[in-house]
Design a protein around this ligand. Structure first.
Ligand code: PLP
Length: 223
């Protein structure tokens, strides 16, 4: 009897299909499994299936879960996808392999210093605020060129751009705009697309999709 498809297999197949439609290679798209608020026991099955990229949105939560998981799975790549406070820059640089939420001059300064101190360069996506929603973080589009310059001066490797479009409205125009911004600035990476819209994001150029609910089910309620 054939085994039922796992959520990971389903998402991988959907990514492959979206790539085929967009005439892209599936290898161009990195699936980041967003494990925020899920315990280690929920993450382990994905690790056993071979998933290697994981996303967390809080430094402290990730510090609690990942050191042990990583010991068993040293090839794991950990992505910080949530807003980062400057005073957690050292911790973030120590723990994460990629940061998706670089969005302001004070954080460039803090991360540059933290990377110097740790002698470790962590590639960063610059998060762009395309929906003018300040509470989600993100650099205003008008300030992007200056922030990129500043990050380069601080010797922070820029992986690309990231966006988190407003909920409940059609995301495609935001994805298309992020793709254009990345192209205009000669940047490779586009971190965009979540459970509800990663196919659309891939068709519009996403290189990193951040998928939580479609892999883990609904997140446990926050306290
Ligand atoms: C939680 C989160 C995701 C994943 O959202 P899902 O809808 O569960 O796939 C992606 N990106 C960011 C920045 C997030 O905070």
């Amino acid at each position: 009897m054939e085994k039922a498809e796992t959520p990971l297999q389903h998402v991988q197949a959907t990514i492959a299909q979206a790539c085929q439609i967009a005439r892209r290679e599936p290898g161009e798209v990195t699936l980041i499994a967003v494990s925020k608020m899920h315990p280690a026991a929920a993450i382990e099955p994905l690790l056993r299936e071979g998933q290697r990229h994981f996303g967390e949105n809080r430094v402290q939560e990730a510090q609690g879960k990942w050191p042990a998981l990583r010991e068993a799975h040293p090839a794991v790549q950990l992505h910080l996808i949530g807003q980062l406070q400057s005073n957690k820059a050292d911790d973030a640089v120590a723990l994460f392999d990629v940061i998706h939420s670089l969005d302001r001059p004070s954080l460039v300064k803090a991360l540059g210093k933290a990377m110097d101190k740790a002698d470790k360069r962590v590639p960063c996506f610059v998060q762009v605020d395309l929906g003018e929603e300040q509470q989600k973080g993100g650099c205003p589009v008008a300030e992007l060129p200056a922030l990129l310059d500043q990050a380069r001066s601080a010797d922070i490797p820029i992986a690309g751009l990231m966006c988190l479009p407003p909920a409940d409205i059609e995301p495609a125009p935001f994805f298309a705009f992020l793709d254009k911004l990345a192209r205009d600035h000669g940047l490779e990476g586009r971190s965009m697309g979540m459970s509800g819209d990663y196919e659309t994001a891939i068709k519009l150029g996403a290189t990193h999709v951040r998928v939580g609910t479609a892999l883990f089910g609904a997140r446990p309620p926050q306290d």
